[in-house]
Design a protein around this ligand. Structure first.
Ligand SMILES: [Fe+2]
Length: 135
């Protein structure tokens, strides 16, 4: 299964759009690694990437939302915080138990859920709003 970024997900800010694309790429690499039985090796890189990604991306996206007076800023901020919390829970589990099947499936579900429910839904609305206020 390939899950790909597409133009309908564009929010209209190059920096944010590039960051979203990057996450889709990383997710695709994770799914590919899974197919090749290499999830264990890949998962630690993914955690490192995600820690960094979450910090910079959420900061940039929140700044952008404020700059356009986005009305659902607070809900977005909450979702970002819960992402960071879940990521840290997963990472802790990984540090305790290693890359076992629960951690691997958990990481796959976590990232897939984020692409579908957050980027393809909540973040896409930022784009809709930004286009509306430009007209
Ligand atoms: Fe967001």
């Amino acid at each position: 299964m390939a899950i790909l970024w597409n133009k309908s997900l564009e929010i209209g800010n190059t920096l944010i759009d590039e960051q979203h694309k990057k996450l889709f790429e990383k997710a695709d690499q994770l799914f590919e690694a899974g197919k090749q039985g290499k999830s264990k090796e890949y998962i630690i890189q993914l955690f490192d990437f995600m820690d960094d990604y979450a910090k910079t991306h959420f900061r940039d996206e929140e700044k952008y939302m404020l700059s356009i007076n986005y009305p659902e800023y607070n809900q977005q901020k909450q979702m970002h915080e819960s992402f960071i919390q879940k990521l840290s829970d997963l990472r802790q589990e990984y540090e305790k138990a290693g890359a076992n099947i629960t951690v691997i499936i958990g990481a796959n579900q976590f990232i897939l859920d984020w692409l579908i429910n957050h980027i393809s839904n909540a973040d896409r609305k930022i784009g809709e709003y930004a286009r509306k206020i430009k007209d």
